[in-house]
Design a protein around this ligand. Structure first.
Ligand SMILES: [Mg+2]
Length: 236
């Protein structure tokens, strides 16, 4: 029996062109910190530190710690000049990026279907972002954050997608076996990799990402519009 349903956010519950969103995001963040660093070295450090955070996990060190260590190694700025600007960016400026995304009623309905079936919903978004940036995107998706028993952010996790240890940590935290979990996502590599450890998978095709042209090995394949009915059916 499925006890826990994990939802990806970007391109799954929150329809978007991820390439455009990330581009706008990086440009807006670089503009915010322009008083302390030129844009290009900042963007390079940000991208390289993000790649290192994804590819080089270290036992016992969370994503946030590893990201900033990698970042400052590339762009040695005093922490007290950059961090306040970045915190302010998420509080005041981030909402302007909402225009790069859409709200779909089916997203909230899908999460509601999980709750109505008496199961647990987890927001399994790739934990590259601070919690506030995730909370804001959940709000843009028209979903109350309280609907999720856990949301994965860079403060809470040790691994990133597509590392299967990310999914193993999610399962361990919910105290469920892989076959008791369903992962719903739009990225053939990052989300469907959960299937390799025995998690059931749903591929949401509206904003499908398949950067490496991998086979689409999912237990179910639907448009977001069809997701609430599929979940009602699977959780019956
Ligand atoms: Mg996604």
């Amino acid at each position: 029996m499925i006890k826990v349903v994990c939802f990806d956010l970007d391109g799954t519950l929150l329809p978007m062109d991820q390439g455009r969103f990330i581009k706008g995001y990086i440009e807006a963040l670089a503009a915010k910190v322009a008083s302390v660093t030129p844009a290009q070295p900042f963007i390079n450090a940000l991208l390289e530190a993000t790649a290192a955070m994804v590819m080089q996990p270290e036992a016992g060190r969370k994503n946030e710690e590893r990201f900033w260590r990698q970042f400052y190694r590339r762009l040695p700025l005093p922490e007290n000049v950059l961090k306040p600007l970045i915190d302010e960016f998420y509080r005041q400026d981030f909402d302007r990026l909402q225009k790069e995304t859409c709200t779909a009623a089916a997203a909230a309905q899908a999460v509601k279907a999980v709750k109505e079936a008496g199961r647990t919903a987890v927001l399994a978004t790739n934990p590259l972002f601070p919690r506030l940036a995730v909370e804001k995107r959940v709000a843009w998706a028209g979903i109350a954050i309280e609907e999720f028993s856990h949301i994965t952010t860079y403060e809470s996790e040790y691994y990133c997608k597509p590392d299967v240890r990310y999914y193993q940590d999610v399962l361990a935290r919910q105290n469920v076996l892989p076959e008791e979990c369903l992962m719903v996502g739009n990225d053939v590599e990052e989300d469907l990799v959960a299937g390799t450890i025995g998690v059931q998978t749903v591929l949401v095709t509206d904003c499908l990402i398949n950067a490496k042209g991998l086979p689409e090995k999912a237990d179910h394949k639907v448009e977001l519009q069809q997701l609430p009915a599929l979940l009602q059916d699977l959780l019956r």
